[in-house]
Design a protein around this ligand. Structure first.
Ligand code: HEM
Length: 340
């Protein structure tokens, strides 16, 4: 253990503000309004991460003999589980892969039977990951202000920052936000994905990271990430390592601030499982039918074991928003099927 490294702690707390239930409901309504507008042109779809890059079958191998802090919930003991993966671009609209965007990796571990984070029993544990270690907004309220503006395009976004921060600071704040978007993305087979926000690991709290085990990058990936990852998977397995980074204290590993990247010097990641996407052809008949199933399916941070309950205000906002987005698109899909 290095000098700066600290032990995982169970002393984390969530701070719930009195007005957040109302705010979360209002934000979910705004999200569904934007989703409905985009549906009119593109048909039913997700409110965010609308474009699927790849749907794939996966296997998750949980390692045995994990450190005591990690050995809870899905990671309590060694085991092998079937899973489904949906890789996506984050935008509210489907767009070309070459356009800078947040990239999503949703992993749903199936075949479980355990108390769920929303009560009752759950048969799955979902991990929703993006290609950034931090969400970038302290709370969902800051994100809620940006979402409707950014849906109107770049010029509206600059105007918003100028009106909020003034003519000097405004463009700087806008640049800070877009800086992350413009960071190069190597592709879904080679990038690293993060939960950014924490979940429970039994009595502990941790962030989740998925690191690719493929190192060779393909330059052509930049033009069409979907084609590149599908081609790789057609000729061989793709492998990733799943790891947990534990909460140590509120100052260094905050539960309620989505702008702080937890330092790996203070809290290093602990590998807990291997995620394998076995060789498969996404363009085959079975690959296409899996893609249809995955599009209609739901991936949700709250589809989780009680022992992995999502933590913090951003996660609580997501509970309301994902449900609203799912209800809206499932109702839309049912309506368009009955009119066919
Ligand atoms: C730590 C921050 C976040 C991460 C890591 C994240 C990640 C993701 C991923 C990977 C997806 C794609 C799921 C799929 O493929 O089906 C997704 C979808 C979505 N996200 Fe997030 N997200 C974050 C924050 C938020 C916040 C703060 C909101 C709003 C309060 C939000 C709202 C949504 C919605 C509505 C969807 C579409 C859900 C559906 O209809 O299936 N996300 N997110």
């Amino acid at each position: 253990m290095s000098e700066t490294q600290q032990q995982p702690s169970t002393e984390w707390v969530e701070v719930v503000s009195p007005d957040e239930e109302r705010r979360h409901k209002q934000f979910a309504e705004t999200i569904v309004e934007i989703q409905s507008k985009i549906d009119r042109k593109n048909g039913p779809g997700r409110a965010f991460h609308r474009k699927e890059v790849l749907a794939a079958r996966a296997v998750v191998e949980v390692f045995g003999d994990l450190p005591a802090a990690a050995a809870h919930g899905l990671f309590a003991e060694a085991g092998t589980y079937d899973a489904v993966v949906r890789m996506s671009n984050g935008s509210v609209v489907p767009q070309r892969d070459a356009i800078p965007d947040v990239r999503g990796f949703a992993l749903s571990v199936r075949g479980l039977e355990a108390p769920g984070a929303l009560g009752g029993t759950t048969d799955r544990q979902d991990f929703l990951l993006i290609n950034r270690p931090v969400f970038g907004f302290r709370t969902s309220q800051e994100f809620a202000e940006i979402v409707p503006v950014s849906a109107q395009g770049q010029t509206a976004l600059i105007k918003y920052f100028v009106s909020r921060y003034g003519p000097w600071k405004g463009p700087l704040e806008a640049a800070k936000l877009t800086k992350d978007f413009l960071k190069p993305f190597s592709g879904f087979a080679t990038a690293t994905f993060h939960s950014a926000a924490p979940i429970r690991v039994g009595p502990y709290a941790a962030r989740v990271r998925l690191t690719s085990r493929q190192d060779a990058m393909h330059l052509a990936a930049q033009l069409d990430f979907s084609h590149e990852v599908k081609e790789r998977l057609k000729s061989g397995d793709l492998e990733y390592d799943l790891a947990l980074q534990f909460y140590v204290d509120e100052a260094q590993t905050p539960i309620e601030d989505g702008t702080v990247d937890w330092s790996t010097d203070v809290s290093p990641y602990v590998d807990v499982a291997r995620v394998i996407l076995p060789q498969q052809d996404a363009e085959s008949i079975s690959g296409k039918s899996l893609s249809e199933e995955v599009e209609a399916d739901t991936f949700d941070p709250w589809a989780a074991l009680a022992e992995h309950q999502p933590l913090g205000e951003i996660m609580r906002a997501r509970k309301v928003a994902y449900y609203a987005s799912q209800q809206h698109r499932l109702a839309d899909e049912a309506a368009s099927e009955s009119s066919d």
